[in-house]
Design a binder for this molecule. Structure first.
Ligand code: PHE
Ligand code: NA
Length: 466
């Protein structure tokens, strides 16, 4: 069988190709770049991790992003219904619809903790504006951060506020407001990061930070390092859970999938690398630890803002931009589930947005408590070939690990297999609309072989099977 081409979605369409690029970039660029990338790279030794991450972006992320946009535009529905419809048209098993369910589940779990971390950022907007960073040393910034995360009630208030902000936007449809927000946000965020990198160059240990990020030491690389690098690639590009798929479903049939994907991937990668270059030189100059964990940017950047001229203004602006970047990402986490509720349950958008936001809000309490009452890791010891290994962590650790390193790559693998091996090649070719046949073939081969084999090998390596 072959699938048919659809020109529009019942949920509407982006008013131009540019708006899609902005929306998809808004989804991609977020806490993943500025909060998660530096702290995961810092915990995993830097250089080698960064190199493997970049390889995953190019060889797995970019081709899968193209496949995900193509799927979304072909099906023009929520990921669950897109997968089910395309599978039916191709004469395939209904079970492919489960790829959509996997994505929606991952979306809920990610949103639940994403909103808590965005809440930290919100709180830091006000801290920066009130001059709380002035003259703080390493101890001071750590204490300030500890004071926040050990207070579940305050965290709950910020988490609630951020979730309400998301519900507000998604209720009105992701298009309105997004265009203006992202058009202003991206250049401003880039400018702010450049200021921070400038500060790191003059005041920090820049060469040490640079070497940490780009000089690979492969002797430290384990299967888990590679899995974490791949997980970060999926997380940062918003791949494997249907967010990019549903944004693709609102994309005009004429827009080039390759060009838009390449733009989104480049912008996302640039922001992550700049964030690293801003943060690590400050880490080394102030005697902090690159492996400080999820608090890394909240203990390094305030030191810079507390010291630099204009730090009050820059700090406030920076955290405001961080919140906005997180906002444009988290609305894309809600959209697949909301679209499904509208399609299959006949709900109107505001109610659907409230239900999805409400469930994620409730789940987020687990993350809030992971930094105070429930900070003791839970799990079990696994003994494999004489080596004992602890599996587990806090609820936050588990939510993050399970989604980024398992659910998103698994979703990406299934998407690559579906588009590369199960869909009619002509449908795929038509939807991609690439002018050059050679180029199509190259992409198709990477999607059929390199990407899925890469993901599988990394999974196997992570559990020590190879
Ligand atoms: N890509 C976003 C970020 O880097 C997070 C995200 C993941 C958004 C998955 C949507 C889907 O912050
Ligand atoms: Na990102």
């Amino acid at each position: 069988g072959a699938t048919m081409r659809r020109e529009s979605s019942i949920h509407g369409q982006w008013s131009s190709k540019l708006v899609f690029v902005l929306a998809a970039t808004g989804s991609a660029v977020g806490l993943g770049n500025i909060w998660r990338f530096p702290y995961i790279a810092g915990e995993n030794g830097g250089g080698a991790f960064v190199l493997i991450y970049l390889a995953c972006i190019l060889l797995i992320g970019l081709p899968i992003m193209m496949a995900e946009i193509a799927l979304g535009r072909r099906g023009r529905q929520s990921p669950i219904n897109t997968m089910a419809t395309l599978a039916r048209e191709e004469g395939l098993h209904r079970a492919w619809g489960l790829v959509g369910w996997l994505g929606v589940t991952a979306g809920f779990i990610i949103l639940s903790y994403y909103s808590v971390i965005a809440g930290w950022s919100l709180s830091y907007v006000f801290r920066a504006a009130s001059g709380a960073f002035a003259g703080l040393d390493g101890e001071g910034v750590k204490n300030l951060f500890e004071g926040l995360v050990s207070d579940p009630e305050r965290l709950l208030a910020w988490h609630t506020l951020f979730m309400l902000m998301n519900i507000l936007v998604v209720a009105r449809g992701v298009r309105s407001g997004l265009e203006k927000a992202v058009k202003f946000l991206m250049p401003a965020l880039l400018g702010m990061l450049l200021i921070l990198v400038g500060y790191a160059m003059t005041q920090g240990h820049f060469m040490q930070g640079f070497a940490f990020m780009f000089r690979p030491d492969f002797s430290q690389v384990t299967g888990d390092t590679i899995l974490l690098a791949m997980g970060q690639a999926f997380f940062t590009l918003s791949l494997g859970m249907g967010a990019i798929m549903i944004y693709g479903s609102y994309l005009s049939s004429r827009a080039s999938i390759f060009k838009t994907s390449a733009t989104v991937v480049s912008a996302d990668t640039a922001v992550a690398l700049l964030a690293g270059l801003a943060i690590f030189p400050i880490v080394f100059a102030s005697g902090l630890e690159p492996g400080a964990g999820p608090g890394l940017i909240f203990i390094t950047l305030p030191m810079a803002f507390g010291e630099m001229t204009g730090g009050l203004l820059f700090g406030t602006l920076f955290f405001l931009l961080l919140v906005t970047a997180a906002w444009t990402s988290s609305i894309s986490l809600m959209e697949p589930a909301v679209a499904w509720l509208v399609e299959n349950r006949g709900l109107d958008r505001p109610l659907a947005a409230m239900i999805v936001g409400g469930i994620a809000w409730f789940l987020g309490i687990g993350t809030i408590l992971s930094f105070s009452l429930w900070s003791n890791p839970i799990g079990f010891n696994l003994t494999l070939g004489g080596e004992s290994l602890f599996i587990g962590g806090t609820l936050f650790d588990m939510a993050d690990y399970l989604t980024s390193n398992i659910m998103l790559p698994l979703g990406g693998l299934l998407i690559a297999l579906f588009v590369g091996w199960r869909m009619n090649r002509r449908s795929v070719e038509e939807e991609l609309g690439l002018r050059s046949r050679v180029f199509f073939k190259a992409w198709y081969h990477v999607l059929r072989f390199a990407a899925p084999i890469g993901i599988l090998l990394i999974f196997l390596k992570a559990v020590n099977l190879i």
